[in-house]
Design a protein around this ligand. Structure first.
Ligand code: NAD
Length: 431
């Protein structure tokens, strides 16, 4: 596989979109580089009383439309290049769904699986203490959220640390919090629900009914499992699903999402319910009408929609030609590489891009921020109705651009986000 170069990928897409709309060199230059890059050391005590120091980052890409917004990831491979790319994509994503926020992203290069709960807490608090004391994080300045290997509990520790430094309450400084600390109803499945609304609009535009739509789903974590539930309820047919241990496929017919949840719950992985390594219980598979598939095979199934909800870079130049799905829904960030994008476009496979398809998460994060600032608590159906409207409007806005410029969905999304940010910069007089 080609080495990952996320920032270069972002730049290539950005420059291509800029060329289409003949963006001024000055505006392009503004979008090519983040406004601020913060790099600092995070030192914390291990349970054995030794000190550990890990690199921490916060990249703030663009704030013309509002405070910086974007998650914090803890990952051994998180580095500045990746965080810069993700911050820039957040600016565009907030532009695409037209919420008044800019783009940022944070990270710590660490393997959180090697830390105890108390070590994880000390590291999370220290990262946020530094960020608060440096004046990075603030309810009207830069508002983080969960990302890979961070969760509501981590957000709770970070909020608590922030408020300790400030000496007063400021729940809107971070989103994706537990409900008890000001989190929003609907946030846990917002990404999947938002992706579902985009897929429904796409199917409608293609003249296809949900109950005629077959799906293969890669990734059965937060985004994937909720998506399965929502898609199944709408009548879509889930043919196959996978997680890091491999996948399963119905020999005939389709999976009920409830059944997939049961399989996952019983043994921690979908395939693990039937196989221990290469040793598979063929009788159980026959009884349950299940076949196994590898993650690579799942990508190549002949279905209407391939939903990618696991890792970045899974569809690349070496397997893009083998994709038989008619469309790809990117719930994960960056699952289709730049080279693969070009191949898929030639093969007429539509890619509904991450900055549109998974923007339901940041949209409900924005709703959480609004609720925290107003002191209001919205009912779940209010959140979901508002989310539906945002996602449907974004799809319609994107379609106008796609038709006007005759470009891919990804390029149309880049143009939509970019034009909105540029307009805000013009109004501010910074360009
Ligand atoms: P998660 O950790 O809950 O789930 C990830 C899933 O991917 C798990 O089922 C895991 O087993 C599977 N997986 C890991 N390695 C795999 C492999 N090699 N092949 C197949 N499956 C593999 O994470 P999540 O929150 O569901 O996020 C998934 C993706 O969606 C990430 O790219 C994330 O950035 C993106 N995303 C999530 C949200 C959200 O709100 N959860 C929002 C925006 C984007």
């Amino acid at each position: 596989m080609t080495p990952k170069k996320p920032y270069q990928n972002f730049l290539n897409n950005l420059r291509k979109a800029a060329k289409t709309i003949k963006l001024s060199p000055e505006a392009l230059q503004r979008l090519e580089e983040p406004e601020m890059v913060h790099e600092f050391e995070v030192s914390f005590e291990l349970d054995n009383h030794k000190k550990k120091t890990v690199p921490g980052y916060r990249v703030e890409h663009n704030s013309a439309r509002g405070p910086y917004k974007g998650g914090i990831r803890f990952h051994p491979e998180a580095d500045l290049d990746e965080v810069k790319a993700l911050a820039a994509l957040m600016s565009l994503k907030c532009g695409v769904v037209n919420i008044p926020l800019g783009g940022g992203k944070g990270g710590i290069t660490v393997d959180p699986k090697e830390l105890s709960r108390s070590e994880l807490e000390r590291m999370s608090r220290e990262y946020f203490r530094i960020g608060t004391e440096k004046g990075i994080f603030g309810v009207d300045r830069d508002v983080p959220a969960p990302d890979v290997y961070t969760n509501p509990q981590v957000m709770a520790w970070m909020l608590d640390e922030h408020e300790k430094v400030l000496g007063y309450k400021s729940p809107g400084v971070i989103t994706g919090k537990p409900l008890e600390l000001g989190g929003s109803l609907g946030r846990n499945y917002a990404t999947s629900q938002g992706g579902f609304y985009i897929l429904m609009k796409y199917l409608q535009a293609s003249g296809k009914k949900p109950e005629e739509t077959t799906i293969a789903l890669q990734g059965f974590g937060n985004a994937g499992a909720y998506f399965a539930q929502i898609a199944h309820k709408a009548g879509m047919k889930i043919v196959a699903a996978s997680d890091s241990k491999g996948g399963i496929k119905r020999a005939k017919g389709y999976f009920e999402s409830k059944k997939l949840n049961e399989f996952k719950k019983e043994s921690g992985s979908l395939r693990g319910n039937f196989c221990d390594g290469d040793n598979c219980d063929l009788e159980k598979m026959r009884r349950e009408d299940v076949e196994t598939v590898s993650n690579e095979e799942l990508l190549q199934l002949d279905v209407d929609v391939l939903v990618l909800a696991a890792l970045d870079g899974v569809v690349h130049k070496d397997n893009a030609k083998k994709i038989r799905a008619k469309a790809i829904l990117e719930l994960a960030n960056g699952p289709v590489t730049l080279e693969a994008d070009e191949i898929l476009e030639k093969e007429n496979v539509d890619v509904l891009p991450d900055i549109l398809a998974n923007a339901g998460g940041v949209t409900v994060s924005y709703f959480e921020w609004v609720q925290n600032r107003s002191g209001d608590v919205w009912e779940e159906d209010v959140v979901i109705q508002k989310l539906k409207k945002v996602m449907q409007n974004s799809f319609d806005d994107l379609m106008k651009i796609k038709e006007e410029h005759d470009v891919s969905y990804r390029q149309a999304a880049f143009i939509l986000g970019m034009e909105r940010i540029v307009r805000a910069m013009e109004l501010r007089g910074v360009i």
